[in-house]
Write a protein that binds this ligand. Structure first.
Ligand SMILES: Cc1cc2nc3c(=O)[nH]c(=O)nc-3n(C[C@H](O)[C@H](O)[C@H](O)COP(=O)(O)OP(=O)(O)OC[C@H]3O[C@@H](n4cnc5c(N)ncnc54)[C@H](O)[C@@H]3O)c2cc1C
Length: 502
């Protein structure tokens, strides 16, 4: 691991060494071999999400053939543990000799675009030494994810200080938290709860999944039959990976289309599967029948039905109700019920981090991201030489990281070929009168953390080109065809380097 200071000037600075930052680095290295780049990350290890989350059972909820990279076959089980994902990323870092490019414990705190120099002046705080370094870069490649690591969203409830047991947010979980033989309440029923609840079941005395309202789940074996069949036939892993990726992305696009075309049917199918699994033990109408349409919020995948098996075994119960207050020995609901607990684990979601909580400015003027409009969820009006990776929620996040990486490489090569030093996404004349709207259409996708941060996020237009899409199936064809000279991208010639004094 290199902690050499970064050079004072670098062509591209990648912020974040998570799955997106490492994708960005590999693509830059392969497609833009003459471009010098570095990666910085606040943490002391690569992996992002998969490094910072330590809660029991931490695993993906989408398959690794699509969450993994297109360029590196995934050979393990489709739903993978954080440990397996970190191992895979570690191999990618070794295979591409990326370690020397990464600076850990290095937090970008400010970035100021200089119009005169056509460069970002970036302030990077070294968390190990306390020093702040200044680095100037031509292009900022923001791969910093979308939420604050190590600080979850915890609503305020009356009496929280009265609780005599331990209260922890899953995002802040540490290895020393002991749940053996304890009565545990997990607040929430999203992907995190669906992971942590079965992981604690059997070891804890009992786990109660306490939800305000029901969530959709999908379940199935943690195996993809086609991949196994291809392996049995002796097909090489690269081909197995490629074919399985195609299958998974195709099926995902079909499922998403059905969710919007026939939501009532899909709803009944999803609930029907849960009914078959636990209908004789649990009131499925109360606990597993959401009021919203499928896919307007993320649907957690439950591998091998482990959550439902734990319910069947009597190790887990589900309670749907509203919290009135915390008491010394548990949580009192508004209907009067008391759920007793020794440990309460909050799986209550994230706080969004808009652009890594970096103080951005353009020529010294603070930048309010809400004043900008996003070009395909990747570039922003009024913000030159910067791209952001905001992945997919309905498909694997990484599919978008790689589409964006290919696009950024094309853009940088195009700029170099034409001697451009500055690029900005600009609205076309007919788009300038369109009314900007919040980042995401609530009717399409509406998790609470996005709604809470809508006033901070860039805006979108009622035009597919100017919004963050969830549609990989469309974007996989559109992104490679983005014309770099058709008017959306406004370029300026590179400023001449000042001649150095003789
Ligand atoms: C528990 C959990 C499970 C998930 N499972 C899935 C899944 O199965 N499938 C899926 O598609 N998505 C999943 N997601 C969403 C997930 O976050 C993304 O898929 C993906 O891991 C994000 O990768 P990333 O590299 O873009 O960002 P992150 O993983 O968030 O990494 C960003 C990195 O940037 C660093 N950083 C941030 N700000 C700064 C700064 N100012 N200066 C320096 N460094 C900075 C952070 O330290 C971090 O290491 C999951 C999320 C969580 C929390």
């Amino acid at each position: 691991m290199s902690q050499e200071p970064l050079p004072a000037e670098i062509d591209v600075l990648i912020v974040g060494a998570g799955i997106s930052g490492i994708a960005a680095a590999v693509h830059l290295q392969n497609d833009c071999p003459d471009i010098d780049y570095a990666i910085v990350d606040t943490e002391d290890h690569f992996g992002g999400t998969w490094w910072t989350h330590k809660f029991p059972g931490i695993r993906s909820d989408s398959d690794l053939h699509t969450f993994g990279y297109q360029f590196k076959p995934w050979t393990g089980t489709p739903i993978a543990t954080a440990e397996a994902i970190l191992e895979y990323m570690g191999e990618v870092i070794d295979e591409h000799d990326l370690d020397r490019r990464i600076r850990y414990r290095s937090k970008v705190v400010a970035a100021d675009w200089s119009e005169r120099d056509q460069r970002w002046q970036v302030s990077i705080e070294r968390l190990d030494t306390g020093e702040t370094a200044q680095v100037s870069t031509r292009f900022l490649y923001m791969c910093q994810g979308y939420y604050r690591h190590r600080q979850g969203f915890l609503p305020e409830w009356p009496g929280m200080d009265d609780f005599a047991g331990e209260l922890v947010h899953c995002e802040e979980w540490t290895d020393d938290i002991d749940y053996a033989d304890k009565r545990v309440i997990v607040i929430g029923s999203g992907a995190t709860a669906a992971t942590v609840v079965p992981a604690m079941a059997g070891t804890a005395a009992h786990v109660t999944m306490l939800q305000r309202s029901p969530t959709y789940f999908r379940t199935g074996r943690n195996e993809i039959e086609l991949a196994e069949e291809l392996r049995t036939l002796g097909v090489d892993e690269a081909t197995v990976h490629d074919i399985t990726r195609r299958k998974m992305t195709y099926e995902s696009s079909q499922f998403t289309a059905r969710c919007f075309e026939e939501p009532a049917e899909v709803k009944q199918e999803l609930i029907g599967i849960i009914r078959e699994l636990v209908g004789d033990q649990v009131d499925v109408d109360t606990h597993f029948t959401p009021s919203y349409d499928p896919w307007t919020q993320r649907i957690a995948f439950v591998p091998d039905a482990d959550l439902f098996n734990a319910i069947k075994a009597g190790d887990v119960s589900v309670v749907t109700g509203h919290i009135e207050r915390f008491e010394a020995n548990g949580i009192r609901l508004t209907d009067g019920r008391l759920i007793e607990a020794d440990l309460i684990a909050a799986a209550t979601g994230f706080n969004m981090s808009v652009m890594g909580d970096v103080d951005f400015a353009i020529d010294g003027e603070p930048l309010d991201w809400h004043d900008t409009v996003t070009y395909r969820g990747t570039m922003f009006t009024g913000v030159p030489n910067l791209a952001w990776v905001f992945g997919y929620f309905r498909s694997s996040w990484t599919l978008r990281s790689e589409l964006v990486a290919n696009f950024v490489c094309r853009l940088l090569n195009h700029m170099d070929q034409h001697g451009y030093g500055r690029v900005e996404a600009e609205l076309r004349p007919h788009q300038r009168d369109l009314e900007p709207m919040d980042w995401i259409d609530e009717r399409d996708f509406n998790p609470a953390y996005l709604k809470r941060a809508a006033h901070l996020l860039p805006q979108r237009l009622d035009d597919l080109e100017w919004q963050h899409s969830q549609d990989y199936w469309r974007e996989k064809d559109e992104f490679p065809k983005i014309a770099l000279d058709d008017g959306v991208f406004a370029y300026r010639a590179a400023v001449q380097e000042a001649a150095s004094p003789a």
